[in-house]
Design a binder for this molecule. Structure first.
Ligand code: SF4
Length: 370
């Protein structure tokens, strides 16, 4: 099984319940604003076989799947492609209280919480936060650069709902270059080893840049096989305006070229990205952006519209859901979205079955059971 059965069943039940009874206070009907020429208003209309347009079944069914929780933005590294340490330079020393973190999780109710940042291990109450989120039945991806994992892993208890998600962008030389410090790869691998030995679930997270050699990512996954990891996340980089070096980021065509052989990788290694999202990366299907499925909460509030772009910080989750002009974002609507194929915008669409094709359910089931 790719994920624990409780996680798969819990997520399926959550999606089913929310599709049937979407929380009314989070919905906003933008359908009347849609321009007929906009091909990306997929959430708003659906084409039947006879070419008839009908309201899309997801039109008023917005709800979150994964909360991106950033307790702080401070980090011990200065990775080349990181937008956070640059965008939040002025608030870098601020952090959320434990109550604010738990309050955000309660407020939106997303079944999965990705604790990111900044480096979450710099957050003094991280172990407590993790414990209390598990008590709330949340599944946790604790995203880390791995530098503190070996030393701090004893503060945690293995749980089938807790994954340490270690950032690795390549083998030693490449990764250390990307994070701008020697020794990081070795320490991250030592952390992975220590966590696995203690019985934790551990996966890796890789960002693919213009310069990434996909053969090296294959070799990285081969190298990691010795640790029997619990999956690999892989996604293309997003060109943050806060990051000056534009050359490392890719256009949609570049991304499709990079990911054209991803099927071979997906059949050899345990990739956590859904097959539908991988089809999207390969250019074999289109997906709309559903960034509301992956809300971000940080020291400034609910970040709208998404993990990548900041046009506003909202005080409440309801305000984020109802005040964000969702119609204005996504490929074809906002130049900043033009080349974005990040999982935070598109994995929810895959999970929710938006733009699904016949056979998708079977493909997804086979992928989950593998
Ligand atoms: S397309 Fe990407 S950048 Fe644009 S709103 Fe969606 S997730 Fe954000």
């Amino acid at each position: 099984m790719r994920f624990p059965i409780s996680m798969t069943m819990g997520l399926a039940g959550y999606i089913y319940r929310n599709k049937r009874n979407p929380p009314p206070n989070w919905q906003r009907d933008d359908s009347k604003k849609s321009g007929a020429s906009n091909p990306f208003r997929i959430l708003h209309e659906k084409h039947s076989h006879g070419g008839k347009r009908t309201p899309h079944p997801m039109i008023s069914k917005r709800f979150p799947l994964v909360l991106m929780l950033e307790p702080l933005h401070a980090c011990n590294l200065t990775c080349t492609g990181c937008g956070r340490i640059r965008e939040y330079e002025t608030t870098i020393s601020k952090r959320l209280t434990l109550e604010q973190c738990l309050g955000a999780s309660d407020e939106c109710g997303a079944p999965v919480v990705s604790i990111c940042g900044g480096e979450p291990f710099l957050y003094p109450e991280l172990a407590q936060l993790t414990r209390q989120l598990l008590e709330r039945n949340r599944h946790i991806y604790l995203c880390t650069n791995g530098m503190f994992l070996r030393k701090k892993v004893h503060e945690y208890t293995p749980d089938k709902r807790l994954f340490f998600n270690v950032h690795l962008d390549g083998l030693e030389k490449t990764h250390d270059l990307a994070v701008e410090r020697e020794g990081v790869f070795q320490e991250a691998v030592a952390g992975i080893k220590a966590a696995k030995e203690k019985g934790f679930k551990v996966c890796t997270n890789t960002t693919v840049y213009q310069e990434t050699d996909m053969k090296e990512i294959w070799e990285l996954y081969e190298f990691l096989e010795q640790f029997d990891l619990d999956g690999h996340m892989i996604a293309p980089a997003y060109g943050y305006s806060a990051v000056n070096d534009r050359e490392i980021f890719m256009t949609r065509d570049d991304i499709r070229e990079k990911f054209k052989n991803i099927d071979a990788m997906a059949s050899r290694f345990k990739l956590n990205s859904t097959p539908v999202y991988l089809d999207f990366l390969k250019g074999e299907r289109d997906l709309p952006c559903t960034a509301w499925g992956n809300p971000t909460y940080n020291v400034e509030g609910w970040k709208g519209p998404c993990y990548l772009i900041t046009d506003a910080h909202h005080k409440t989750f309801e305000a984020f859901m109802t005040e964000t002009d969702w119609e204005s974002y996504g490929h074809g609507n906002d130049p900043r979205c033009e080349h974005c194929m990040m999982h935070c915008g598109y994995e929810p669409s895959a999970a929710l079955g938006i733009n699904s094709k016949p056979g998708d359910n079977f493909t997804m089931l086979r992928w989950m059971l593998r």
